[in-house]
Design a protein around this ligand. Structure first.
Ligand code: 5GP
Length: 176
């Protein structure tokens, strides 16, 4: 399963975690939920960038993606926000929120990654571009201090990432 599935299960199983809803200029995929993103055109997205409306934003393969700033309201010791974003965005979050915990999910094999990417209905050139990016993204994530978790089995992965988050929250919030 992809990181989107891991992210939503993490929020279902940890009531103190809330998933941020990103903005994107990507077209909605067939069968994709209408609230998977706030789907906007480039003019809307760029206007929000100009108005300083994002915690972070990035181009990812021809489309814009960003985390709207109201997400900040969730940050505290009883409520945390989960961002399911690419590594360029994670680097920006690290700058603005140095205490953010960054996790990179590593596919168990290239074959499995290919299978997951092909299962979403994107065209072949997009799938290939994402395959080419994958290793670079993992290395870039590790370079900004991300913890690597192998995404081999959904329940095991959700448990491991949940444990990493809980440990970080307990450590940070023990004295507050
Ligand atoms: P997809 O088009 O497959 O939904 O997402 C493409 C990539 O954009 C994924 O790596 C996803 O994690 C990332 N992404 C989704 N939302 C955001 C966001 O708000 N900011 C950034 N920087 N990346 C995002």
């Amino acid at each position: 399963m992809g990181k989107g599935t891991v992210a939503s299960l993490l929020c279902q199983r940890n009531e103190w975690l809330a998933l941020s809803r990103s903005w994107t200029t990507r077209k909605r995929r067939e069968g994709e939920s209408e609230d998977a993103y706030v789907f906007v055109d480039q003019a809307h997205f760029k206007a929000a960038v100009e108005a300083d409306g994002f915690l972070e934003w990035a181009w990812f393969l021809d489309n814009l993606y960003g985390t709207p700033l109201p997400g900040h309201e969730y940050v505290g010791c009883d409520r945390h926000i989960l961002l399911e974003i690419d590594v360029q965005g994670a680097a920006q979050v690290r700058e603005r929120v140095p205490s953010a915990v960054v996790v990179v999910l590593v596919p168990p094999s290239d074959e499995e990654l290919m299978r997951r990417l092909q299962g979403r209905g994107d065209d072949a050139s997009h799938v290939l571009a994402r395959m080419r990016l994958a290793d670079e993204e993992i290395q870039a994530a590790v370079a900004i201090g991300a913890r690597r978790v192998v995404n081999d089995d959904l329940d095991r992965t959700v448990a491991e990432v949940g444990q990493l988050f809980r440990a970080a929250v307990e450590e940070r919030c023990a004295s507050s």
